[in-house]
Design a protein around this ligand. Structure first.
Ligand SMILES: [Zn+2]
Length: 91
């Protein structure tokens, strides 16, 4: 349960402003770097995967081998990033 920093009254989880004094509630939203990194890696992975598939059909696009290597390495990096996220959320 959160409490208002200004008047110390109880706040509901979804409250953004204190009902008693109108104080804007600061949501404890710590920047989760592994999670952000994980999301970025997921995006990169799907971009690389899409490029690999596209390169199979395009003759003058990027090399399928390079895209395939990139996709596989991103898959491994993403997996270790996922482990890091799970480790941090368990703490
Ligand atoms: Zn208040």
């Amino acid at each position: 349960m959160n409490r208002c920093l200004s008047c110390n009254s109880l706040l509901a989880k979804q409250d953004l402003v204190c009902g008693d004094c109108g104080y804007a509630v600061v949501v404890p939203n710590r920047l989760n770097i592994p999670r952000v990194l994980n999301t970025a890696l997921s995006v990169l992975f799907y971009v690389a995967l899409g490029m690999t598939i596209a390169s199979l059909f395009l003759t003058n696009g990027p090399s399928t081998t390079i895209c395939g290597i990139l996709t596989v390495s991103l898959l491994f990096v993403r997996r270790s990033a996922k482990d890091a996220v799970e480790k941090t959320s368990r703490q």
